[in-house]
Write a protein that binds this ligand. Sequence first.
Ligand SMILES: [Zn+2]
Length: 473
Amino acid sequence: MHFTEVLSDVDALIGGPAPVAPRPAVLGRLAGLAALSLAVLFAGCAPSEHRGTEGRSFVLVSVDTLNRSALEAFERGAGERPALDRFAGESVRLLDAHSTASWTLPAHASLLTGLYPDRHGTTDPRHRLAAGVPTLAAALSGAGYETVGWTEGGYLSERFGLGAGFELYEKNERASRGVFGKAIDFLRRRPARSRPFFLFLHTFQVHDYYKARPRVVERLPADAELGNVGRFQDCLQGRSACEPADWRTMRDLYRIEVDLLDAAFGQLLAALAESGHEDRTFVILISDHGEGLDPERGRTHHAGRLHEDQIRIPALIRGPGVEARDLRMPVSLVDLMPTILDLAGVASPAELDGVSLAPALEGGDSPGPRPLFALEHAFWWPDGQRKKSHSPRHRAISIAVIENGLWYVGGPRGDQVYDVRSDPRQSRNLAAESERLRALRRLARQRRLLKVEPSIRSQDRETESELRSLGYL
Ligand SMILES: [Zn+2]
């Protein structure tokens, strides 16, 4: 079958609702694939040789929608921020890190399972992580770790299944000290000699910039205009047009949220330093995807596009035995689970899509060349407006393949190929002349269909209203 069938599938969808569930023949094929992938999953994987892994703890901070270009460590001129800048100076900077999706649910499922979306199956707002998919938290918990997750809900709420394997997994209100306050209290309470921990923090602080919170508005430049604040989300999703002044205000709001994040993150690091755990604790700061604030180029908001402004993410790792430096090799969110397990000396419970970066972090070999992927199953942008699929899909709407300096996107807009070495902002589509087009399409085709039967979540009023407030419904 040809990859363009993905596109005709989208056309059919626009014309009318797609089937709610895969057809029986497809289900049979899915079941076969699921059995195959489970057999591979439980083959297991031993950690590489490390010294002194015992008792290492981990703090994994996911800042939802944090642009790579928002941090001075990744883009000069982004603006100084004391805590984030100091932390970046003490960390390995992963200069070419990628997400696996451009919205929260599939990207976080990849982070916490080490699998691409076609294998974790958490690809639609109506899905939850299927029971039985091995998770990072479960593997660490099984190895004696205390596993704690504090999130700000939305797609990270318990209902979507991402709390699987955590001993404690709680949703916090997006107010006051939020998840950082919880983590600070946890570190302060903790005896210096206690079992190792895995602390996962997720915050929507930056994501929600368009809501213009009072404490952000009071920091706006004096000449900023808040005229269309109620319509910012509509403008971001292409449902109405905002003035250039509105876009300037949105960029200011976003920048101020990152400033406030800096303060909270700094308090967390200070608490870690005072706790007596710092010398045995890895701190990892990442984002799940970026945010487009560029209406001139049609690159606004997130979900539904797989360009660099969405998929390239900031990633910083600080910890014992890891010298601050830059690593330039392409890496993916799926690499985080195998890396953390390797650093912890815990065997991987499954054959994962990612690879361990631990040897590279400790000054050894980098992973060899391999294609990286990003997938989209639920959103797309016909006519400059973001739309959501009527029903869950077993075929990807669009797929990106990042390989050897080339960035391929196949989807409703046809084939796109960018040479990101000479054109990092992806302005010139070389699909018509690229000799690699066929090979890139072939790679994309391998990930086109879901390899697991997705798990449909139950719906409730609270979750739907929360997703609406986050701009997803
Ligand atoms: Zn997100």
